[in-house]
Structures are given as structure tokens and as C-alpha cells.
Design a protein around this ligand. Structure first.
Ligand code: NAP
Length: 269
């Protein structure tokens, strides 16, 4: 199924599911920046929440808020029985420890899946697996290369691919050019999460390879992925309109899982 159609169908399913709940799930979005990209992400999230009839509260905090004050706002929502999910939009102002903030959100309401003890899978890797499953990509025994090792994309991605029985290699900024070329040449699935426009360009790839482009690079107001478009491969996810769509969908699914888990309901769809 075409990916946009898949997302549309999933959203229709989630809307129906929410319409049958006694009260809709509620997400609190906490924003402590005036970053243009963050504002666009938040607008997208609010649009998605409205589409599926979920509730939300968008809180903008002053840029000079102290770490302690921010943690206490999060704590307040951790204890608020009417709130099912909490999302703190990154980045945060300098001087606030992002890891501390991620760990302050109770794992029960952690829709981003950032908490080390979270029951939820981070949205981007989860969305990528859904994307590839929708495309009927085979995983078992395939050589998967993940470029990037962040806690929110690269590392959880590698774990999910390993769980799918791929042979997984994780590459990063200390990988030599020669090794990068070697692993790419043999890869069946490549997930690129580096954050550099057209990081994958002329490198040799299998014609049968599947390239998942996670990158979002804004240059002069235009969005670019980490991969040059139209690589000579079997499948390449576009930017925009690729992984980002599924990341957004995963957040909605995690919110509903939070809602169900908090109420002791079966946490499956
Ligand atoms: P990040 O935390 O900055 O991590 C980047 C990773 O790339 C690091 O592990 C870094 O290696 C590696 N790297 C940097 N330069 C490299 C090089 N020359 N060769 C090989 N590896 C290199 O970024 P992130 O949060 O994972 O995000 C990555 C990209 O995905 C960004 O463009 C971000 O905007 C985008 N993103 C998109 C979505 C979506 O929904 N589409 C979601 C999340 C992120 P070291 O660890 O050695 O420094």
C-alpha cells in the first residue's frame, strides 16, 4: 500500500478506536523554545491529535525558565490523572540538561519513548519498522547498516532490526571512510540518521538495497534528507513525506498505549 494511504488508514483506525473510549486520551506538549522547526513539528502533532479526536494542551514556558522549575512542571503533569501522555519538545535552552528532562517524564506517560525505563518504543525507529513492514521488506538474515548512534534513533533502531533477525552494524562519526564504503556495499537495509544533507551520495550500494532516510536538514528554508534523491536502489524513503509521517503516527499510537496501560486495559490495538 502507498505509504500516505497506509498512514491515512491507520489514523482512521485510531480515530474509530478513540471514538469508542469513555474519554479521549490527552497529551500535554511542553515547549521551551522558539525554534522554527520545533514549531512546525508541534503544529503537525496538534493537527494529528485533532484528526484522531484526541485532546491536547500546549504549554509554552519562558525561555529563561530554570531547570528546577521545568522539572516541577513535568512532575505536576506526571501526577495529573487527566493527562495520559507528556511530550517535551526538544531542543531545550542551554543550561537545561535534556537527559534529566527526558528522565523526569514518568515512563507511564512517555509517548516519545525517551525514558530509559519507558515501555514505549521511540517513535522514529518504531515508525521505520512499520514503514518497511508495509513495504513488505524482508528482515531475517539481511545485512542492516545503521548510520548514527543517538539514543532516540540509531541505538533503538539497531535493537529493533536485531529483534527482526537482521545482521546489524552500527556506524558513526569515528567510522573510517573505507569501512563505511565496505559496509554500505554489502548492506541490504541502510538506515541513515546522521543529520547531514546528502551524506549518502556517490557511495556504492546494492541495486536491491533499501535506504531509509531519517535526516531532516533545513538549508535556506528547504528540507533535505541525508541521502541524495533517486539513488539507484530498490527502495528509498523520501524526505519530506517519508519517515517523518510514520514518526508522527507512532507518537499517536504510543499515546493510546499510555492511555490503555494507565487504566489497566490491554495495551494492544
Ligand atoms: P544526533 O543525535 O545528532 O546523532 C547523529 C549521529 O550521526 C551520531 O551518532 C554521529 O556519530 C553520527 N555522525 C555524525 N557525523 C557522521 C559522519 N561523518 N559519519 C558517520 N556518522 C556520523 O542526531 P539524531 O537525533 O539521531 O537525528 C539524526 C537526523 O535525523 C537529524 O537530521 C534529525 O533531524 C533527523 N530526525 C528525523 C526524525 C524524523 O521523524 N524524520 C526523527 C528524529 C531525527 P557520533 O555518535 O560518533 O557523534
Amino acid at each position: 500500500m502507498e505509504i500516505k494511504e497506509y498512514v491515512k488508514e491507520r489514523k482512521a483506525y485510531l480515530t474509530d478506536l478513540i471514538n469508542h473510549l469513555p474519554v479521549p486520551p490527552k497529551l500535554v506538549i511542553i515547549q521551551v523554545n522558539e525554534d522554527e522547526a520545533s514549531m512546525a513539528y508541534i503544529r503537525g502533532k496538534i493537527k494529528d491529535l485533532s484528526t484522531i479526536n484526541a485532546n491536547y494542551e500546549h504549554i509554552k514556558l519562558p525561555l529563561d525558565i530554570s531547570e528546577e522549575a521545568l522539572l516541577s512542571v513535568i512532575e505536576q503533569y506526571n501526577h495529573d490523572e487527566t493527562v495520559d501522555g507528556i511530550l517535551v519538545q526538544m531542543p531545550l535552552p542551554k543550561g537545561i540538561d535534556e537527559e534529566k528532562v527526558k528522565e523526569a517524564v514518568t515512563p507511564l506517560k512517555d509517548v516519545d519513548g525517551f525514558h530509559p525505563l519507558s515501555s514505549y518504543i521511540p517513535c522514529t525507529p518504531k515508525g521505520i519498522i512499520d514503514y518497511l513492514e508495509n513495504e513488505k521488506i524482508e528482515f531475517s538474515g539481511k545485512n542492516a547498516v545503521v548510520i548514527g548512534r543517538s539514543n532516540i534513533v540509531g541505538k533503538p533502531m539497531a535493537k529493533l532490526l536485531l529483534n527482526k533477525n537482521c545482521n546489524v552494524t552500527v556506524l558513526h562519526s569515528k567510522t573510517t571512510k573505507e569501512d563505511m564504503a565496505f559496509y554500505l556495499k554489502h548492506a541490504d537495509i541502510v538506515v541513515v540518521a546522521v543529520g547531514r544533507k546528502y551524506f549518502i551520495d556517490e557511495q556504492e550500494l546494492k541495486k536491491s538495497a533499501v535506504i531509509v532516510d531519517v535526516g531532516i536538514n533545513r538549508v535556506d528554508g528547504i528540507l533535505y534528507g541525508d541521502c541524495r534523491p533517486n539513488l539507484d536502489v530498490k527502495l528509498q524513503t523520501p524526505v519530506p513525506g517519508g519517515v517523518g509521517l510514520l514518526t508522527r503516527l507512532s507518537m499517536l499510537e504510543n499515546l493510546i498505549l499510555c492511555y490503555k496501560k494507565r487504566r489497566g486495559l490491554k495495551d494492544e490495538f
